[in-house]
Ligand binder design. Structure first.
Ligand SMILES: *Cc1c(COP(=O)(O)O)cnc(C)c1O
Length: 369
């Protein structure tokens, strides 16, 4: 049995007719950018997330760039980012001319540690960017307390945690602004690139709308050095269909995670995902950890089971940030990069498949490969 890391087929076959109708609706409208499909999806997403504004943009990285820009973060500012995250969180900070300042993750949740944040605050710190990694909400009460105490802006990277929550409050609603990704593999994925900026701030929403469209509020009148970073009608129409199913798909992900935990829990030396008691987890990824990660991955590959590593090289060790000379400075993040392994997880995966993967993992540890 070959098991791929991702498999869109079960999810997409169930909504084929609705997606075709969405395509036809856009096709027949003869209107492809900034039209009624985008507006409808923005309204629906704002309602889903519980924010005043949702602004469709080109992708998740651009959503973070626009959010930072709209808040006035730029040259000379420092933005605190987790040392364990996808590179886009950090690139967004660099793109607006600000300096990313790394802080260690919590060794249990792998999310930004509020205490580590407080330790790297300087007079130049302008903002904090918590990333709700793997689908688990950060400890947002403590992070917001730190932000208030030091008068800092908060930009949430919610690319992996659509529908997650902390103490019952949805991710994406804590900070000044949040960036969301609709990359196909995300919990809510387009059939291409897409993203969203959500905010409760009217001024920020206005800035983002202007910046995403050539810096123009009125056609051919340009007030800002803007971009072309819009979400197109076709992707908006597809996303509108998929958004309806997101709560159901999120439950499916949690069920799969529960199966993995049930079938993997007795393996010594294998660390399973830890969920903070106040945090929601929407299992964008099911990540396990072991010191023998590379051998385990090889073993699974030989059995036709595909796994991925999120992420093999932490941002501060990437060539683009090498000049910061931070090697060895973030031992928790560096250890995570060496021990993490993401198991196959997709909507439609059944318990038998989870048992198959789990048995292969058990087998690896029992045979002391
Ligand atoms: C996917 C992702 C992004 C970037 O989103 P894109 O749509 O791929 O540009 C940013 N941050 C995190 C944590 C992500 O997982």
């Amino acid at each position: 049995m070959n098991i791929s890391f991702l498999n869109f087929a079960p999810m997409h076959s169930a909504i084929r007719a609705e997606m075709q109708a969405a395509f036809e609706s856009v096709y027949d409208s003869n209107w492809f950018i900034m039209g009624k499909h985008l507006e409808a999806f923005e309204t629906a997403y704002a309602q889903y997330n519980g924010t005043r504004h949702a602004i469709g943009v080109s992708n998740g990285l651009d959503a973070l760039v626009l959010g930072l820009k709209a808040l006035g973060v730029g040259e000379g500012d420092e933005v605190i980012v987790p040392a364990h995250t996808f590179i886009a969180s950090v690139l967004a900070v660099s793109h607006v001319g600000a300096n990313p300042i790394f802080a260690e993750p919590d060794p249990k949740t792998y999310n930004l540690d509020p205490e580590a944040v407080e330790q790297v605050i300087t007079p130049r710190t302008k903002a904090i960017m918590p990333v709700h990694l793997y689908g688990q909400a950060c400890e947002m009460d403590r992070i917001m307390q730190v932000a208030r105490r030091h008068d800092l802006l908060v930009i949430e990277d919610n690319a992996q945690a659509h529908g997650s929550h902390f103490k019952g409050q949805a991710t994406g609603t804590f900070g000044d602004v949040a960036g969301i990704s609709f990359y196909p593999g995300k919990n809510l994925g387009a059939l291409g690139d897409g993203g969203m900026v959500v905010t409760n701030r009217d001024d920020t929403a206005e800035q983002v709308k202007t910046l995403r469209n050539y810096g123009s509020k009125m056609k051919y009148l340009n007030e800002l050095n803007g971009y072309n970073m819009r979400l197109d009608e076709l992707q908006a129409a597809f996303l509108q269909v998929k958004l309806k199913y997101l709560p159901e798909w999120t439950l499916a992900r949690c069920q799969i995670a529960q199966w993995y935990t049930k079938h993997l829990q007795d393996i010594p030396n294998l660390i399973l995902p830890y969920c903070h008691y106040d945090a929601g987890h929407v299992y964008h990824l099911y990540v396990v950890r072991t010191n023998r990660r590379d051998l385990l991955q090889k073993h699974l590959k030989s059995l036709g089971i595909e796994t991925l590593i999120h992420y093999p090289i932490p941002p501060h060790l990437q060539p683009i940030y090498k000049s910061l000379k931070l090697a060895g400075s973030f031992s928790i993040a560096e250890n995570l990069a060496e021990t993490c392994l993401s198991l196959p997880l997709w909507v439609g995966m059944d318990e038998e498949t989870v048992v198959h993967v789990s048995s292969a993992i058990k087998n690896f540890f029992e045979n002391k490969n």
